[in-house]
Design a protein around this ligand. Sequence first.
Ligand SMILES: NC(=O)c1ccc[n+]([C@@H]2O[C@H](COP(=O)([O-])OP(=O)(O)OC[C@H]3O[C@@H](n4cnc5c(N)ncnc54)[C@H](OP(=O)(O)O)[C@@H]3O)[C@@H](O)[C@H]2O)c1
Length: 260
Amino acid sequence: MHPAGRGPVEAADGVVVRPGRRSRPGQLTVACRMPCRAKSHPMRAARFHDMEEEMTPIEVLFIGGTGEISAACSQRAVELGMNLHVLNRGRASLRPLPPEVKLLTADVRDPEATRAAIGGREFDAVVDFVAFTPEHVQADIDVFSGRTGQYVFIGSASAYQTPLARLPITESTPLRNPVWPYSQAKIACEELLVRAYRETAFPATIVRPSHTYDRTQVPYDTGWTMIDRRRSRSPAVPARSSTGTTRTRRAGGSTRAWTS
Ligand SMILES: NC(=O)c1ccc[n+]([C@@H]2O[C@H](COP(=O)([O-])OP(=O)(O)OC[C@H]3O[C@@H](n4cnc5c(N)ncnc54)[C@H](OP(=O)(O)O)[C@@H]3O)[C@@H](O)[C@H]2O)c1
């Protein structure tokens, strides 16, 4: 149950039933992992035939939304029928948003502007793609506590133990990166979120992407060498350095997991 009191009241086969924000008194709104417009929606199996159904798409906010990773997620979220809001400064134009997206314009580093852009909206999930320090995350906690069913922090796989003591990397791999301040700050963000969950039940989820590319960017400093190797179907060379082991992902390839 999340702090706004709209937590799940019944669950079956991945379907989450919660009292809806927009439901009439005595009526349940069904919100689910699978977007409700989908033709294959499990609710169509009439499992809840004795319940008056009002199917509404889930309300999602992406902070960012037009970045290397987040643009692919925006596309996927819309395809899945989510009601997607995107908050950014309206500067980036390299990756246009789908027309269904509701654009909210603000600099997320300005909490008042962010609050003004969001207005009275509440969300089933808020995903911040541009939080890099505990101060950024604390600002999100302040703005979104009680206004979102889930807060998703985009961390980094570079937070994993460096150098690695053993492979494969799992969720039990310790977080420690003595060499990269970016990763150290991401770890501090995670620690803040774990504390917020323990102390106030702030509903946080942490995602740690590995090195990601999309059609706008060549992965790694090796530049065209990497492209040449892929085109010629040469064996992939794992990127190994004094800071650890990493792997590349195409932005679109990660979205299926992130939007489920
Ligand atoms: N790419 C990788 O290989 C990789 C690997 C691991 C983790 N990550 C993590 O993934 C996240 C980056 O995701 P991404 O690639 O989608 O982002 P990105 O390329 O950094 O894109 C930035 C997005 O955020 C918006 N934005 C930037 N500053 C803003 C501000 N102050 N207020 C509001 N909006 C702002 C930009 O739009 P406007 O300019 O129009 O505001 C744009 O939509 C980061 O948290 C990064 O640490 C990335």
